[in-house]
Ligand binder design. Structure first.
Ligand SMILES: *[C@@H]1O[C@H](CO)[C@@H](O)[C@H](O)[C@H]1NC(C)=O
Ligand SMILES: *[C@@H]1O[C@H](CO)[C@@H](O)[C@H](O)[C@H]1NC(C)=O
Length: 424
């Protein structure tokens, strides 16, 4: 460094500072970077991308990563609902920045980082919601033993369901699935809840759900009938009682939590039939560790997720999951959950390596040539949404530009040097 060399000329502080600032500003205004290019903010990256880091995989600076899947229905629209794969957020409501109840310290784990509205805008099409009786209402709560407490509560479920209603109204060709971990015992509690959120008009009737593993109606038919909200409950009494589909009558599912991320295995959840039973039409793949760790999820959503999809595909007798449920869905080292879901849809919908290679209306197996197969979301903006990811406070620390710190550091250093030179 300068101070150790007797012949060193201390640069004029203001000029040196301005020079560094210029470099910083130039490196900041690298708008429209593509996947894997360096960035300092989401506005540096192209549409559908955001700026993320993955120190868990040894990355030491933020890069543009995908933030949205390609909407498969924008390319292949005529197939049964159960041919498609959708991203599901595990505990969609357990959001890092969610304010606690007044004067209460919340004690729980968090699973997501942006609002449910934003999740939907980013192409998430399945929500896992835990619902409890609480304060004479139904609340979203991350709790235990079927009891919600003021320190595990998030908010009244109707607020989140109203976000879903707004989304479905504003996007008349989209279909959303809600999977409820159901601790509600109030008679007709869920029925009244969905009605007061205005969601009854989009309700997919349980009587129209296929039995014995048959195909669902096509997504086109579901949209035409406006049956665009598919709801499942974990409470078996509510299918006959309230017309809310009992989850494991209609889908198979692997183990949630740690058993679901153990490489090479894909055991079925105990409430579910065997994954290859074919008596249910839908397949939910859980892929999240029991204890969610924000900083590790980018690593989990890279190669290990692709391997687990293969493992579960084989465990289900060569069937791809319809839903992939994850924590911190947008975190990855580049393509993440979005890339994997695109590939799954390509495989199932048109027999191509990824869904953007599907030729609309072409025969199965006829694929478009796509130049950069793994990470090219911006070459096809079909079905692109305008959502964004605003990381919560705790997450944004990994995105701080080192450049600015460097400027401050050099500025202070040159000030000190200038003062010392003057004194000598
Ligand atoms: C939270 O609930 C506990 C009982 O479970 C109660 O003692 C406490 O006063 C509540 N706190 C607030 C701020 O409502
Ligand atoms: C894709 O590219 C290969 C060679 O690069 C070419 O032989 C093939 O005909 C192309 N297929 C289509 C569908 O354009």
């Amino acid at each position: 460094m300068c101070s150790h060399s007797p012949n060193c000329r201390v640069p004029a502080p203001p000029i040196f500072f301005l020079y560094l600032l210029l470099i910083c500003v130039l490196s900041f205004t690298n708008v429209n970077s593509q996947v894997l290019q360096a960035c300092t903010a989401a506005t540096d990256c192209g549409p559908g991308l955001f700026c993320g880091n993955c120190p868990a995989l040894g990355l030491n600076q933020p890069i543009c990563t995908r933030g949205q899947p390609t909407l498969p229905t924008s390319l292949v629209n005529g197939l049964p609902f159960n041919k498609y794969t959708w991203i599901v957020t595990h505990n969609s409501f357990s959001i890092v920045d969610a304010p606690p109840l007044p004067a209460v310290q919340r004690i729980t784990f968090y699973n997501q980082e942006d609002s449910v509205t934003n999740q939907l805008m980013n192409g998430v099409r399945g929500l896992m919601l835990d619902m409890y009786d609480f304060q004479n209402d139904i609340w979203l709560c991350h709790s235990f033993r079927g009891q919600c407490y003021n320190f595990t509560a998030f908010q009244p479920a109707v607020n989140t369901l109203k976000e879903v209603e707004t989304f479905l109204t504003q996007n008349p060709t989209e279909i959303v699935t809600i999977i409820i971990e159901d601790y509600v015992h109030t008679p007709k509690g869920l029925t009244n809840l969905f009605t007061s959120a205005g969601l009854d008009k989009y309700w997919f009737p349980v009587s129209k759900m296929p039995k014995k593993g048959d195909d669902w109606p096509t997504v086109k038919d579901m949209v035409q009938a406006n049956h665009r909200l598919v709801v499942f409950t974990s409470d078996p009494s509510k299918e006959a009682g309230e017309g809310i589909a009992y989850q494991w009558k209609h889908m198979v599912e692997n183990e949630p939590g740690d058993p679901g991320v153990q490489q090479g295995l894909c055991p079925h959840r105990k409430e579910s039939k065997a994954l290859n039973s074919r008596s249910q039409s839908l397949f939910l793949m859980n892929y999240f560790p029991t204890y969610p760790v924000e900083a590790d999820s980018c690593k989990e959503h890279s190669a290990p997720l692709a391997e687990m999809v293969n493992t579960c595909y084989k465990a289900a007798g060569n069937l791809l999951p319809n839903f992939i449920a994850v924590n911190f869905y947008m975190r990855s080292d580049g393509g993440g959950v979005f890339d994997i879901v695109d590939k799954m849809n390509g495989h199932s919908l048109c027999g191509c390596s990824t869904v953007t290679a599907c030729q609309g209306g072409g025969p199965f197996g006829s694929c478009k040539n796509i130049s950069v197969p793994s990470t090219s979301p911006v070459t096809n903006t079909a079905g692109s949404f305008t959502g964004s990811v605003q990381f919560s406070k705790s997450a944004s620390s990994v995105l701080q530009p080192n450049c600015l710190l460097l400027v401050v550091f050099y500025f202070l250093q040159s000030l000190v040097a200038a003062v010392m030179t003057k004194n000598l």
